[in-house]
Design a protein around this ligand. Structure first.
Ligand code: SPD
Length: 428
């Protein structure tokens, strides 16, 4: 008979791969596999990622638990392997050592609950047995894994299944397709949510239709970025558009979305679309003047490859490439999440296009931090965007195309700004 109720191995994994130590989905997968490899029955796992670094999580097993806390900046993981019964937790140890790439480690094994020191008290558990028999085991373990899009002060978290459907480190960024419970499959670039199956229409309808209904005879559209394909899909709904040129820097984003988000990446084979995998910033440096009715900048946030999409030089080149009556629409960040980028972009557009030629459209995206997001406009020539001139045409289009966000009332109201936003972008 064993002399202890449990066995506890306290592990220090050191000099681990820092990126793995910060990857909540990989750690959850590895911890669950470590338990299963050692023959444990997994009941539940709950894992969280912390800002800016670190993962904590527990795998509850019928034989006790496996727990972890990581410090990616030190390449360090503190792991507890607590087991009872015949399970050999050293198998879990070996698995995790390999998965984490730990170059050094130490482990201390303790016996827990020494039976010599404990007194056994048997009690009647008949009623508990009845209750247990009534409870139906769903026969699967639950997972509690969260993806967090954040800065140092705010975050938006989505619970996802833990399944990683696509995970490629491209030359520009980490491209992932994950599956969230509430919003379906989701494209994440580095640690930022780009789009999800269930709310992508908010963004893609609003980046396209207010501008296109303000330019009824537009023919040529340039999209910079937009690798998921949602913006191109919306633009191509307009039959007056003869040619859409789309320049996306990262071919992996296109591939990931073609495979996993086909309803968003729906129009890549449209003959009116010229899809170029290349650098949009360089493309615009060489673009012929007066070429496009509409330029849409569907980029990600101003870190990594999209940083240049927030520069004065880039928007000066956009201005030149627009026709004399043309519109620029740019992903404009959030006045609540990225106030600095939001304000600076508007100042840039006011400087290049003119003080009264840089309207802002606000709209709602539940999966972006704070939910409040913007598109920022640059108007070249005499075009008004915040008025509806063709109400019945819009109504027919919305009905025919089954749009779910944009309508003629939203068209006007999206340009109405709360006072605090007006104050942020007050003309100097
Ligand atoms: N923080 C998200 C900023 C929006 C980035 N673009 C989304 C791409 C959708 N086509």
């Amino acid at each position: 008979m064993s002399t202890a109720l449990g066995n506890h191995i306290l592990v220090e994994f050191m000099n681990c791969e820092p990126s793995i130590m910060n990857d909540v989905s990989a750690i959850e997968r590895d911890m669950v596999a470590a338990a299963q490899k050692a023959g444990a029955t997994v009941i539940n796992s709950t894992f969280h990622h912390f800002s800016p670094y670190g993962v904590s999580g527990v795998v509850v097993i019928q034989e006790s638990h496996l727990a972890i806390h990581t410090w990616p900046e030190y390449g360090y993981a503190a792991v507890d392997l607590f087991t009872c019964g015949e399970m050999n937790a050293w198998i879990s140890f070996d698995h995790l050592k390999e998965c984490f790439g730990a170059k050094s480690y130490s482990a201390l094994e303790l016996k827990r609950g020494s039976v010599n020191l404990l007194q056994r008290n048997d009690f009647d558990i008949t009623s508990m047995r009845q209750k247990a028999a009534e409870w139906r085991n769903p026969d699967f373990y639950t997972r509690n894994v969260w993806f967090t899009d954040k800065d140092d002060e705010q975050a938006l978290s989505l619970r996802f299944t833990g399944e990683v459907l696509f995970d490629v480190q491209s030359p520009f960024q980490r491209v992932r397709i994950l599956e969230s419970y509430k919003y379906g499959k989701m494209l994440a670039l580095d640690d930022m949510v780009m789009t999800t199956e269930k709310d992508e229409f908010h963004y893609h309808e609003m980046i396209s239709h207010p501008a296109l209904f303000s330019l009824p005879s537009a023919k040529n559209v340039l999209i910079i970025g937009g690798g998921d394909g949602g913006t191109a899909r919306e633009v191509l709904r307009h039959k007056n558009i003869e040619q859409v040129t789309m320049v996306e820097i990262d071919g992996e984003v296109i591939e990931a979305c073609k495979i996993h988000l086909p309803k968003i990446a729906a129009e890549f084979d449209n003959p009116r679309l010229d899809l170029i995998v290349g650098d949009g910033i360089e493309f615009l440096k060489k673009a012929s003047p007066n070429s496009y009715d509409l330029i849409i900048v569907d980029g990600s946030d101003p870190v990594g490859p999209a940083e240049g999409l927030f520069s004065v030089e880039f928007y000066t080149n956009c201005y030149k490439a627009l026709k004399s009556n043309g519109i620029l629409v740019a992903q404009g960040e959030s006045p609540k999440f990225n106030e600095k980028a939001f304000t600076e972009l508007n100042l840039t557009l006011q400087t290049i296009f003119g003080l009264d030629k840089a309207p802002i459209s606000l709209f709602f995206v539940p999966t972006y931090p704070t939910g409040m997001w913007s598109f920022q406009y640059g108007i070249k020539g005499n075009i008004t965007v915040n008025e509806v001139k063709n109400k019945s045409e819009i109504q027919d289009f919305v009905a025919k195309e089954k749009l779910r966000y944009y309508n003629e009332a939203i068209h006007t109201n999206t340009f109405a700004l709360p006072n605090f936003v007006k104050e942020l972008v007050r003309k100097k």
